[in-house]
Design a protein around this ligand. Structure first.
Ligand code: NDP
Length: 326
């Protein structure tokens, strides 16, 4: 028997509770993983609270990330004892996920733990860190080197935002951070932010073009904030858009694209090809200072997940949250 957080539907409402399960309760997949850590992302906030109806079937074990040790494998790609990471692929939404002491998963969802990384570090990074690295790689692919100018990060105290600030600082970029929390200012400066902007100002509806300020941007917020970011991005700048913490609309015009050659690059970590994930995980090992991870991460148990899930949607969580199912 082992413990897992299980979501069930009661009268149209999603109820989350820790339950004792048997290994035979797990879905039939080829690899059995003993989970060392999972993590809590904004999307986990959505699934655990039943917001937006992301979960397709019930009962569901949520948790879009997990890291652990292979216990059994019917796939020749993995052997018992292998340390593995899983992020995305709809796990924790359509397939049972990481808020559990054990998970059965498909081998093609797993990435071998890079040498020099352990489960705690991998989950301190998690989907949020992978996404922030993918955003930085998108800026680089668009030719945005540190000498081009300042990079703006929105939703900066969040999981993606905090890690993006840390990575950009380590790589030598000047970083401007947008936050709605004055209490985060010192924290963001410690991570490497050179300039702080208020969420309120940046969420004002922009003119089609504003004075250019940013060589590039990583946007986790969407909506009017993203339209302002686009309107303020400099000639041939790149905006990597990955989130919707402020809304899923985009009230913009084509002017930044046709007059300033601005590139809006979408970022998805869920279905990201394995080769790109491997590159991103390897880059995270070298480009994300371990000290920054210690500063951004706190640990909770399974029973604390429902309240923390509500808190992340309310914008009350700073940095990254590790989930220890054991
Ligand atoms: P967090 O909740 O940790 O961070 C979001 C941050 O956005 C908050 O900390 C807050 O920062 C800011 N924020 C919150 N509410 C609002 C609001 N109403 N208006 C403006 N800013 C707001 O979430 P994550 O970092 O885990 O995820 C960030 C976003 O990225 C989410 O929308 C998530 O769904 C998305 N995402 C997408 C992925 C992909 O593959 N495309 C993968 C991972 C995440 P502050 O207080 O500093 O303003």
């Amino acid at each position: 028997m082992f413990n897992a957080l299980v979501l069930e539907q009661e009268e149209g409402k999603t109820i989350a509770a820790v339950q004792s399960l048997n290994l035979t309760d797990l879905p039939e997949e080829d690899v059995l993983v003993e989970v060392t850590y999972s993590s809590l992302n904004y999307k986990d906030g959505l699934t655990v609270t039943g917001t937006l109806g992301l979960v397709s079937t019930f009962p569901m074990v949520p948790g879009i990330d997990l890291a652990g040790v292979v216990k059994e494998s019917a796939s020749e790609k993995f052997s018992p004892g292998d340390q593995v990471i899983l992020t995305g692929w709809g796990v924790g939404e359509n397939h049972w996920g990481g808020y559990s002491q054990y998970a059965r998963v498909k081998p093609e969802w797993l990435v071998k733990m890079p040498t020099g990384m352990d489960a705690k570090m991998a989950m301190s990074i998690g989907t949020a860190g992978l996404t922030s690295m993918l955003c930085v790689m998108a800026l680089e692919e668009g030719g945005i080197t540190p000498d081009k100018g300042t990079i703006l990060v929105t939703g900066a105290s969040g999981g993606v935002g905090s890690l993006a600030v840390s990575i950009l600082h380590k790589l030598g970029y000047q970083v401007a951070a947008v936050t709605g929390r004055e209490s985060s200012h010192a924290y963001l400066e410690e991570l490497g932010a050179n300039e702080l902007l208020s969420r309120e100002t940046m969420a004002q509806a922009p003119n089609p073009l504003e004075s250019p300020r940013w060589a590039g941007a990583i946007d986790t917020v969407g909506s009017t904030m993203l339209s302002r970011v686009l309107a303020e991005t400099d000639y041939r700048g790149v905006v990597a858009a990955c989130g919707l913490a402020g809304g899923l609309d985009l009230p913009s015009t084509v002017m930044p694209f046709i007059l300033r050659n601005v590139r809006l690059q979408g970022i998805d970590s869920v279905m990201c090809p394995v080769s790109v994930r491997m590159e991103a995980w390897t880059r995270l090992l070298s480009d994300l200072p371990p000290a920054a991870l210690g500063d951004v991460t706190h640990v909770i148990g399974l029973s604390e997940v429902p309240q923390t899930a509500a808190d992340i949607l309310a914008g009350k969580i700073r940095g990254r949250t590790l989930v220890d199912p054991n």
